[in-house]
Design a protein around this ligand. Structure first.
Ligand code: ATP
Ligand code: MN
Length: 296
């Protein structure tokens, strides 16, 4: 499948130390293999990763259970990993611009990439909304699929195109590109109203507030990804979970046949990419659409 943007220029001398270090245990993936893997799928990963503040899950000791989230630069980061100065929060967030930056993150043992819904060029405006569907214990997978399709239908009624991806975990993300970008208040209000409208219609099926006790049998529709500084996993990021699953963009047409949120991963994503006739998210970067005006 052709990538959304031109593949980055190949073969720069990226410095990966300790390529033999195991960064993932099930399946066994070394740091060298991780760098090679991310380099092979870079044309797909980079369009959603470059130019956005990124939170890393780093696994320097190797394997699950010894990893941590990191949003700021620390000693040893290569120069290809950049910082954006956030004058409002008085913080400097990490971001990358290219393949060298991606390899710089792998050099720092980053396994997962989580990005903002805005770009470093304009931290104050959201250009991607994410509705995160989290099934509680006992929820059938079919029900998660139905929920994503219900959200899509509701968005279509508001003249908004949306996109769907697996998280590599338990659930799905429904993604709404907004162009021109909107302020965070608008992004939050819209996604909150969307989530609450589903909860109002089927309160036994859905939740939109994170009350741990009541989650059994319900789907938590998390709209809080849509705030300044909040992140969601980046498309084509691996996950530090058993089987090394990967967050995978899908077409709406293939969603009903999807077996689980972790169906695609390190072992099979490249075969999927090679077989796809087109980018499942074709057009997401050029689509012009605005959120409807809030009702008074
Ligand atoms: P799943 O389908 O299994 O829920 P997910 O990626 O949606 O996978 P969540 O646990 O629902 O995982 O988390 C949603 C998002 O919240 C993550 O993608 C991540 O960007 C962010 N997040 C999760 N944990 C943290 C954390 N400890 N600190 C900051 N942000 C986090
Ligand atoms: Mn989730």
């Amino acid at each position: 499948m052709g990538a959304r943007r031109k593949p980055p220029a190949a073969a720069a001398p990226f410095r990966i130390t300790h390529p033999e270090r195991v960064v993932f245990k099930d399946p066994t993936v070394t740091k060298g293999e991780l760098a090679a893997f991310y380099q092979r799928i870079a044309a797909h990963l980079l369009p959603d990763l470059i130019g956005r503040p990124v939170m890393l899950m780093r696994c320097p000791a190797g394997g699950a259970g010894e990893c941590f989230f990191q949003k700021h630069r620390s000693p040893g980061f290569p120069a290809a990993v950049h910082e954006v100065n956030d004058t409002k929060d008085r913080q400097r967030w990490l971001y990358i611009e290219d393949l060298a930056g991606l390899m710089g993150l792998v050099q720092m043992n980053a396994l997962e990439f989580h990005v903002w819904g805005s770009t470093v060029a304009n931290l104050e405006r959201a250009d991607r909304l994410v509705i995160d569907l989290d099934p509680g214990p006992g929820v059938a997978w079919k029900s998660v699929i139905e929920t994503a399709l219900a959200l899509r239908a509701r968005l279509q009624a508001a003249k908004l195109q949306s996109f769907v991806r697996t998280t590599g975990g338990k659930g799905l993300h429904v993604v709404i590109p907004v162009r021109p970008a909107c302020d965070w208040e608008r992004a939050r209000a819209f996604s909150r109203a969307l989530a609450e409208s589903l909860v109002r219609e089927q309160p036994t099926r859905y939740l939109s507030v994170a009350t741990k006790a009541e989650r059994t049998g319900k789907i938590f529709i998390d709209y809080l990804r849509n705030g300044r500084g909040a992140t969601a996993v980046c498309s084509y990021s691996l996950r530090n979970r058993p089987g090394a699953p990967i967050a995978t963009p899908l077409t709406w047409e293939e969603l009903p046949r999807l077996r689980s949120g972790d169906q695609f991963g390190y072992a099979n994503i490249e075969r999927r990419l090679a077989r796809l006739p087109r980018d499942p998210w074709a057009g997401i970067d050029t689509l012009r659409q605005s959120l409807p005006k809030p009702k008074a």
